[in-house]
Design a protein around this ligand. Structure first.
Ligand code: ADP
Length: 627
């Protein structure tokens, strides 16, 4: 609600209407202050409202004054408000009664400053200041200097005046409508309306030269409405005031402007804040905040004993965003600092917090995901790397085992080869006889084939030990089988060393998922170590036992025990450390490789001493499938 909109309009006097619209053109002279200093109490300020509390134009201005005063003094101020109700009770009797009542009311609390909002309040306090506020500084506000002059206010009264420069509003329109060629100025038929038209005509003399200019005056409201509907679209329309039309009908100007704007075919501008929301695009206006600040600053200076002089409330450009949209006017062409009202907040303005939060969360998530991906890649690369290393080391270990077993392997190979040779010689002798026993020859050939198969088996076991692989060859196999094939490889060596090898297999299949050659290598490492540990034991007591079982936790277990020296208890864990060895030509790598292999397949390995002497190594691996 604005000053024009709510200032009451019952009075017919032009001066009153001028206050209504804040269109006042005369100034009063600056008056030096001679305020007494206020000692020992908070300053008293009385704000006089011309109407009752419902008239938002004055109450909003008064509220702005109060807020500013309370802020500036941090609440150390005594504020009083009086609603004079002079529009509904304009009679001199009421004025007199009101003056008497207020004089009595404030007899013991004389105000230091009286702020009179609107012309009626200004007249009231000027006439009654002796009884009501003797010695107080009087500040008037809400009308123009010219009105103040017409009123003949006392010379020490200072004003916060509101002046209306139609040219500023016109320039705002030109900025928004650079292609406009027509200019229409609308004004009513009251004395004030006509005087405003005359002022505008003079002020706009230069501006209107650039346009085909028409002053719409002396019309009835219906004619205004009809003419407005026929404005060429490249028109700028400036609305002054219509207090009265040609037929003598009275209007609140903003209401008349509203009726005209509803059917107008071109944008309308006006110099009053109260016209905004009544169909105008905007204009250069005095806001309540601006008025409140000017008045309060004057009052604060007066309280501080500083010299005060009349001032003008600064004007602000305001625009109605809905009207800008209605006429397709770009907000980019608004004067700098224009206060846009009724603007729909943009998506960003409305949801910036939610948007920023969502983006931050997404970015944080993205960063975490990216980090995790990088981490995963790095881990995979490291895993691949360590797998390759393991494969290389295991291969070296296999080669070393093959080397260590070469004597017994050669021995093992010699047996079938020797048998083949003997059989072949026997067959040759038989064939040279007169009546060769073909049945016997046939038997010899079968034996030769069997021996050849045995030799072939030995060679393929060696080949398996020496084969180099680039990747783990995952396969499902029975732990019993791989234990047996390891025993076959060791067989010759064990025999050479006088070690009796025995095995005790679980009565069922024990499927595991791993690289068969790797598991075989673990068994070979453990068995070789066991045989090494029995070097000092009498030959009759050298026993190597391999046992497989299914544990209670449904895991696969292999234990390799010996009757050797055993392991000092404090070394039971250390034996798995790389390079730990007690042998003169040992590498200390066999057990660490065995542990690396077992852990690769999700298993565990540990060592213990048997109560009856010797060591036992146990391996537990996951069962590939149950049943
Ligand atoms: P290396 O056999 O080259 O010494 P290992 O890592 O295979 O390397 O073994 C490390 C050490 O663990 C051996 O030197 C030995 O002292 C001890 N050890 C391994 N197995 C047994 C066993 N069955 N009985 C006694 N000691 C053992």
């Amino acid at each position: 609600m604005g000053l024009v909109r709510n200032w009451r309009t019952r009075s017919r006097r032009l001066g009153w209407r001028a206050a209504l619209c804040c269109i006042f053109l005369v100034s009063i002279a600056a008056v030096p202050s001679a305020s007494k200093e206020i000692v020992g109490r908070d300053p008293r300020v009385l704000i006089l409202y011309p109407y009752d509390e419902r008239i938002a134009a004055t109450t909003a201005a008064g509220e702005a004054v109060r807020t500013r005063l309370l802020d500036a003094t941090k609440g150390r101020i005594d504020l009083f408000s009086e609603f004079l109700d002079l529009s509904r009770f304009p009679e001199s009797e009421h004025v007199g009664r009101m003056a008497g009542y207020l004089s009595a009311k404030y007899a013991d609390r004389r105000p230091d400053v009286v702020i009179a909002l609107g012309e009626e309040s200004a007249r009231f306090i000027s006439a009654n200041r002796k009884n009501l506020a003797d010695g107080a500084r009087i500040i008037v506000a809400g009308f123009s200097r010219s009105t103040a002059e017409e009123m003949g206010l006392p010379s020490d009264v200072v004003g916060a005046f509101s002046e209306f420069h139609i040219v500023k509003t016109a320039e705002m329109a030109r900025g928004l409508q650079p292609a406009a060629r027509h200019l229409f100025i609308i004004g009513g038929s009251s004395k004030f309306d006509r005087s405003w038209l005359a002022t505008a005509r003079a002020d706009l003399a230069a501006f209107s030269k650039d346009y085909q200019t028409t002053y719409l005056e002396g019309l009835a409201i219906d004619e205004f409405i009809r003419r407005a509907a026929e404005f060429p679209s490249d028109s700028i329309v400036l609305a002054l005031t219509i207090f009265k039309d040609r037929d003598g009908r009275n209007f609140i100007p903003r209401e008349a402007v509203k009726q005209i704007s509803e059917t107008a075919s071109a944008p309308i501008y006006g110099p009053y804040l109260t016209y905004v929301d009544y169909g105008v695009v905007g204009g250069s206006v005095v806001t309540f905040e601006s008025l409140g600040k000017t008045v309060a600053d004057l009052a604060l200076d007066a309280i501080a004993g500083k010299p005060v002089s009349s001032r003008e409330s600064p004007q602000t450009y305001v625009a109605d965003a809905r009207q800008l949209q209605r006429w397709g006017l770009s907000q980019k062409n608004l004067p700098l600092g224009t206060n846009q009202m009724f603007r729909e907040p943009t998506f960003w303005e409305q949801y910036w917090l939610a948007t920023v939060t969502a983006l931050a969360v997404i970015m944080a998530q993205g960063t975490v995901i990216f980090g995790l991906l990088v981490e995963r890649r790095r881990r995979r690369a490291a895993e691949t790397n360590s797998r390759h290393r393991l494969l290389q080391v295991v291969h070296l270990n296999q080669s070393a085992t093959a080397g260590a077993l070469s004597a017994s392997i050669a021995h093992e190979l010699n047996q079938p080869l020797g048998a083949i040779r003997s059989n072949a010689e026997a067959a040759a002798v038989i064939l040279r006889s007169e009546r060769p026993d073909l049945k016997l020859i046939e038997q010899i050939l079968v034996d030769i084939q069997d021996d050849d198969q045995r030799a072939h088996d030995v060679i393929s076991r060696i080949r398996g030990l020496l084969k180099k692989r680039g990747e783990i060859d995952w396969q499902e196999f029975d732990l019993n089988d791989v234990t047996m094939s390891a025993i076959r490889i060791l067989h010759g060596e064990a025999e050479r060393r006088g070690v009796v090898v025995s095995s005790n297999h679980a009565p069922r299949e024990l499927p595991i998922l791993a690289d068969r050659v790797h598991v075989q290598q673990v068994i070979l490492n453990l068995a070789t170590n066991a045989m090494d540990a029995m070097l000092d034991v009498v030959t009759t007591e050298r026993r190597l036992m391999l046992e497989t079982a299914l544990t209670r936790e449904s895991k696969v277990e292999l234990s390799i025990s010996d009757t050797g020296s055993g392991i000092p208890d404090e070394q039971l864990a250390t034996v798995f450390e790389p390079f730990y060895t007690t042998k003169p030509s040992g590498t200390g790598l066999g057990l660490s490789i065995a542990r690396a292999i077992v852990e690769t397949y999700g298993g565990k390995i540990w060592a213990a001493n048997r109560p009856e002497g010797g060591a036992v190594f146990r391996i537990v691996l996951p069962l590939a499938r149950s049943g």
